[in-house]
Design a protein around this ligand. Structure first.
Ligand code: HEC
Ligand code: HEC
Length: 214
């Protein structure tokens, strides 16, 4: 009996390995850096962009960055401004770029004092009657995200960019022109769908103003 159980366990283990997605290539930050000269025009020399509509990439989680780069290259997240930028790049090159930016340090952003109270409430408690989950659950209480899980950092990001993404996810809830690359669980589309415009402004400002840290 014991032997049979062990055999079943082995079989199960083998199936899991066989069905798991192939692991992301190991990124080389030095090789990645060499490819980012063209990116710096918009994203800043070290990934800390000056303009608020260009996201900061410095210190963002490596797994999240790699997934976004794959999605942008393959069209799952179309970004017209970035048209052509990633054409012809291999998965390995995208992993290298992700490793480079992840190793930089994100600079801080400011929270609008008038938006702290509402922003903190939404960030920490969600909006129960509209099925908005607390952002802390995935993006962490300090806004650092969860790098191994691929949940992006929000602390230090431009508030304008965060708000624009929440509106894009909201649009993507019903309209494929919105941002739809959050997977089959539609986790971000569902959360953003229940937010009011005011709540989007407030939670974006609050999350951005959390200290980036490491
Ligand atoms: C002409 C400006 C421009 C250039 C050049 C550019 N980007 Fe972007 N990038 C953008 C904009 C705008 C967005 C955000 C679009 C949106 O609002 O969804 C973006 C988004 C991204 C994101 C997603 C960030 C996140 O937090 O989800 C990554 C990763 C990225 N760019 C990497 C790169 C890399 C790597 C290069 C160089 C090979 C590059 N970009 C070149 C404008 C640019
Ligand atoms: C259950 C987990 C979960 C919860 C809860 C959650 N998020 Fe997310 N969020 C994610 C994941 C995962 C992604 C990245 C999706 C992908 O891989 O493309 C993401 C992406 C984002 C992005 C895009 C970041 C970027 O750089 O483009 C923003 C902004 C965001 N979330 C804000 C929020 C806010 C605000 C809340 C609370 C109202 C929230 N999230 C709640 C998991 C979550």
């Amino acid at each position: 009996m014991k032997k049979v159980l062990i055999f079943c366990g082995l079989l199960l283990g083998a199936t899991q390995v066989a069905t798991a997605a192939s692991p992301a290539p190991q990124g080389d930050a030095e090789a990645g850096k060499a490819m980012t000269t063209v990116c710096s025009a918009c994203h800043g020399a070290d990934g800390n962009s000056a303009a608020p509509n260009f996201p900061k990439l410095a210190g963002q989680g490596e797994r999240y960055l790699f997934k976004q780069l794959m999605d942008i290259r393959d069209g799952a997240r179309p970004i017209p401004t970035m048209a052509g930028q990633l054409d012809g790049k291999t998965d390995q090159q995208l992993a290298d770029i992700a490793a480079y930016y992840a190793a930089q340090t994100m600079t801080g952003s400011q929270t609008d004092p008038d938006l702290v109270a509402l922003g903190e409430k939404v960030y920490r408690a969600g909006v129960a009657d509209r099925r908005v989950a607390a952002c802390t659950a995935c993006h962490s209480p300090t806004g650092q995200g969860n790098a191994p899980a691929g949940y992006p950092r929000l602390a230090g990001q431009h508030p304008e960019y965060i708000a624009a993404q929440l509106r894009a996810y909201q649009q993507g809830y019903e309209d494929p022109e919105g941002r739809t690359n959050d997977g089959d669980t539609r986790i971000m589309r569902s959360n953003a769908f229940g937010l009011s415009d005011m709540e989007i402004e407030a939670v974006a400002s609050y999350a951005a103003g959390l200290q980036p840290g490491q």
